[in-house]
Write a protein that binds this ligand. Structure first.
Ligand code: ADP
Length: 541
């Protein structure tokens, strides 16, 4: 069932440059499909190098005015943008489910999560400070200034079509920079809807630009964004391979870079852990966005004594999960009694979907609806994979796991939903894997739980750190000393201790080693990525 929301009022089929809705210079366009059923949603401009260069030039002109506004003026505009995004939550969420496939409840969660970055950075922008230092000789004083860098080029992925844009653009705009974004070819519509809301919020033309292009032109547009001398910063979220390429390209003009790349997160359950909490945490983090997030637990390490119990409970929960179209919701009509029992059911379902913070909002909203005698529950918990390649990869990883002696405890099959054109996969659990398996080395990016057993803390820390990336890591333990020791020893940028949701506007987000460079969000860190440091030495004599 299609949502009744008016998302069409936010559907834009042109790119957004200098405050105008524009076509590609070559007049070409490319299709956007609904991954749940393979249907064509619409076409958007397939822009090339010339369009990217033009957008950068407009952003450069806009920068001269934008940098001259006071931080409070910029904050006021960002707050308006955030408010409009929140107001249009239902429409944005529907658009996101349409192009990305994630369950509607998750899309709503992402709208709130995405908006939170704009609010956060509006507040960060007005508190940028420098230092006043004593001089090395009596006649000198030293000051530091932080100033906006200029035009920022941004390339974003499809798995969080709103939040990966707001986390970058919110920071850059608050800092006084202007931006040119190339959204993922799978999900340009959310990006364009955000532009409409930015225009409605009266963000000046040229401050926020979105250049859309197909995968076949991504390299061409990416080259311009990473090499044009007017671009001072390249911010990218996506795969490690693409990140390395963009990093190399950005080096030719020594641009500042922010890179949020792939991970291979360990999720460790020690014998002392609260098993129910660990299972709930894994389900929440692993299956969010159908397992397609860079911080998804990838290697599940279970201590020998707790392993069977954990896997049994996990399989029980996994068996209840509903795979389907993200728009599928079940309507429950009736008296208060039915509605309130439905409410209990929904609480359970929501608790497996979004960021805890936003569940509370969803629950409040549901409660209101329940009181009205009508309750809406998110039926689907696992939407489609983004495309056929994602399904083939899962099948390859699963075949490798089986061939190496892994046991499939749950799932293991693709699922036909509706027309059969979407790529759906059962939530799957495989145990008994070793370090030689492909699941140990590769980012799974799908609803496949790959479980490994271990004996000691030292062993599991060694196993967890046996990879070149280091984005997130999670572990469950009731031993306080162990919590400190293991948190300190994991070679990752973010650690969840008895917690599986580590990202918010408040927490710095970033990876170690081949997982990236720089931080997004957090106090100071996120906004400073977009500020240049200037030292001023004043002679008093
Ligand atoms: P995925 O394979 O999951 O799509 P990518 O890292 O390739 O992950 O994609 C993330 C973003 O990077 C998308 O916007 C995509 O279009 C873009 N991209 C992919 N290849 C290139 C490239 N060679 N140059 C610039 N952008 C690219």
């Amino acid at each position: 069932a299609m949502s009744s929301s008016s998302y069409k009022s936010l559907l834009r089929e042109k790119a957004f440059v200098n405050g105008q809705w524009v076509n590609a210079a070559n007049r070409e366009s490319f299709p956007v499909y609904n991954p749940a059923n393979g249907e064509l949603v619409c076409k958007v401009p397939d822009m090339g190098a010339a369009d990217a260069t033009a957008a950068i030039a407009h952003a450069q002109v806009a920068f001269e005015a934008w940098r001259g506004k006071t931080p409070s003026q910029r904050a006021a505009l960002l707050h308006s943008w955030e408010r409009l995004i929140q107001d249009r939550c239902e429409d944005l969420a529907a658009l996101m489910t349409l192009e990305n496939g994630k369950p509607l409840a998750e899309s709503r969660g992402e709208v709130a999560y995405g908006a939170s970055f704009i609010r956060w950075f509006a507040e960060e922008g007005i508190r940028v400070t420098g230092q006043t230092l004593q001089g090395p000789t009596p006649d000198k004083r030293i000051f530091t200034l932080k100033q906006p860098q200029g035009v920022c080029g941004m390339i974003t992925p499809w798995n969080f079509p709103a939040a990966m844009i707001t986390r970058k653009a919110g920071a850059a705009l608050a800092a006084g920079c202007t931006v040119v974004i190339k959204p993922a070819e799978d999900t340009p519509l959310t990006a364009l809807a955000l532009c409409q809301l930015a225009a409605d919020a009266l963000l000046p033309p040229g401050a926020l630009n979105v250049v859309t292009c197909s995968r076949s032109r991504a390299a061409e547009v990416g080259r311009v964004l990473t090499t044009d001398p007017a671009v001072k910063h390249v911010s990218f979220t996506g795969s490690t391979d693409t990140g390395k390429l963009l990093l190399a390209q950005a080096s030719s003009t020594v641009k500042r870079v922010t890179m949020e790349l792939g991970g291979n997160a360990p999720f460790i359950v020690f014998d002392s852990a609260d098993v129910d909490k660990a299972v709930a945490g894994l389900i929440q983090a692993k299956f969010r966005n159908t397992g397609q997030t860079c911080v998804c637990p990838n290697r599940i390490f279970l201590q020998r004594r707790v392993s069977q119990k954990f896997l049994a409970k996990l399989c029980e929960r996994v068996a209840e999960m509903k795979v389907g179209d993200g728009f599928e919701v079940c309507w429950l009509l009736g008296c208060w009694g039915i509605a309130s029992s439905a409410h209990g059911l929904m609480r359970k379902q929501f608790s497996t979907s979004n960021q805890g913070e936003f569940d509370k909002g969803s629950e409040g909203e549901l409660h209101k609806r329940s009181e009205g005698g009508i309750a809406q529950a998110a039926g689907t918990q696992l939407g489609p994979l983004i495309n056929a390649a994602a399904e083939s990869k899962l099948e390859r990883l699963l075949a490798d796991a089986k061939q190496r002696g892994g046991r499939v405890l749950a799932g293991g099959q693709s699922v036909k939903v509706g027309s059969g054109a979407g790529h759906f996969f059962q939530p799957t659990v495989v145990s008994g894997l070793g370090r030689d398996s492909a699941c140990f080395r590769e980012e799974i990016f799908g609803p496949l739980v790959a479980a490994f057993e271990f004996d000691s803390e030292a062993d599991v820390v060694e196993l967890a750190n046996d990879c070149r990336v280091g984005l997130a890591g999670y572990f469950y333990s009731a031993d306080v000393g162990q919590c400190w020791r293991v948190a300190e020893q994991l070679n990752v940028g973010m650690v969840g201790v008895n917690e599986s949701m580590v990202s918010s506007c408040i927490a710095p987000f970033g990876g170690w080693n081949e997982s990236g460079l720089g931080s997004e969000s957090g106090v100071g860190y996120g906004i400073e990525e977009y500020l240049n440091l200037k030292t001023v030495v004043l002679n008093l004599a």
